[in-house]
Write a protein that binds this ligand. Structure first.
Ligand code: SF4
Length: 293
C-alpha cells in the first residue's frame, strides 16, 4: 500500500506545547501511523480529555472530540458503537487516563472495544502547572508534594494486564519511529490497545528527562521476548528502574471486540441505519414512511 502524504493530516492551528515537549513525538507518530496504514483524515476520530497532550486533536485534520476530564474512553466507546467503521484513537495524559479517568481505564480494558489508546505519560500534571500525578514515583517533589510524594506510583502495564487488556505496549517519545510503530500495531489489533508513551515534561518534571529514559530503556524486539507469553508479560510489566522495557509487552489474539457482541447492534449500527433510511434501503422504510409521512 502506498503511504498517504503526511501533509494531509496537518491542521493550521498553532501548536502551543513547550519546545521539546514529548507530545510532539506523539503527534508526529500518529501522522506516520495513519499515513502508513492508508487511513485518511475522514476515516479517523481522535478523542481526548483535558491536559497538555489532550490538545492534540486540534493539531490534526482528522475528526476530533476534546471531551471532559477523564472521560475520553467512555465517549470513544460510544463513537465506536455508533460507527464501527471509524478508526477511533484516544490520546490523553497520565492524569486524565489513570487518575481522573482511572475507572473508565479499568473497564475499557475488560470490555475490549476496538479502540487505540495512547497515553502521554510524563508523570506530572503539566497543564495545571506541575502537580504530582498517578504515575509520579514515590518521593517526587512537586507543588502539591513539597515533601515528596508519599503515594506508590500507578503501574499502567500491570493494571492493564490485570483488567484483561489484549494489547499492552510501551514506547518512548525520544524515538518517534518506535512510537509510530506501536501506534500502527495498536490500530491493527482488533480490540482495545494501550500504548503508554514515556515522555519528558521539560517544564515541570526535572527528573525524567530524555537522558534519564535513554539510560534505562531497552527494546523488547532486541531480545528473544515472546509477547504472547502472558506469564512473561507479568514479569516485564513489573520491570522499572535501572532497566525499562519498551515494545509490545502483551498481545492476545482472538478476543471478541465489545461492539461485535452488543445484541442491539446485530441488525446494523446507527450510522448505517441512518444511511439506509436516507437512501430508502432501510428494511422498515415502507412501514416508517407510512407511519410518519
Ligand atoms: Fe509539555 Fe510539560 Fe510544556 Fe505541558 S507543560 S506542553 S507537558 S513540556
Amino acid at each position: 500500500m502506498q503511504p498517504l502524504s503526511l501533509e494531509l493530516y496537518g491542521s493550521p492551528a498553532d501548536v502551543t506545547w513547550c519546545p521539546g515537549c514529548g507530545d510532539f513525538a506523539v503527534l508526529r507518530a500518529l501522522k506516520m501511523a495513519f499515513s502508513e496504514l492508508g487511513i485518511a483524515p475522514h476515516q479517523a476520530l481522535l478523542v481526548s480529555g483535558i491536559g497538555c497532550g489532550s490538545k492534540l486533536p486540534d493539531y490534526m485534520t482528522t475528526n476530533g472530540f476534546m471531551t471532559i476530564h477523564g472521560r475520553p474512553l467512555a465517549i470513544a466507546t460510544g463513537a465506536k458503537l455508533a460507527n464501527p467503521h471509524l478508526n477511533v484513537v484516544v490520546v490523553n495524559g497520565d492524569g486524565d487516563s489513570y487518575g481522573i479517568g482511572g475507572n473508565h481505564f479499568v473497564h475499557t480494558c475488560r470490555r475490549n472495544p476496538d479502540i487505540t489508546h495512547i497515553v502521554e505519560n510524563n508523570q506530572i500534571y503539566g497543564l495545571t502547572k506541575g502537580q504530582y500525578s498517578p504515575t509520579s514515583q514515590a518521593g517526587t517533589l512537586t507543588t502539591t508534594s513539597p515533601g515528596g510524594s508519599i503515594e506508590a506510583a500507578f503501574n499502567p502495564m500491570v493494571m492493564a494486564l490485570a483488567a484483561g487488556a489484549g494489547f499492552v505496549a510501551r514506547s518512548f517519545a525520544g524515538e518517534p519511529k518506535h512510537v509510530a510503530k506501536m501506534v500502527a500495531e495498536g490500530i491493527k489489533h482488533r480490540g482495545y490497545a494501550l500504548i503508554d508513551v514515556l515522555q519528558p515534561c521539560l517544564t515541570f518534571n526535572h527528573v525524567n528527562s530524555y537522558d534519564w529514559y535513554r539510560e534505562r530503556i531497552y527494546n523488547l524486539e532486541d531480545t528473544a521476548y515472546d509477547p504472547t507469553d502472558r506469564a512473561a508479560a507479568w514479569q516485564k510489566a513489573e520491570e522499572w528502574g535501572e532497566r525499562i522495557p519498551v515494545g509490545i509487552l502483551y498481545r492476545a489474539e482472538g478476543l471478541p471486540a465489545y461492539e461485535e457482541q452488543v445484541t442491539t447492534l446485530r441488525d446494523g449500527n446507527p450510522v448505517t441505519r441512518i444511511q439506509q433510511l436516507a437512501e430508502g434501503k432501510h428494511p422498515d422504510y415502507e412501514r416508517l414512511k407510512e407511519a410518519f409521512c
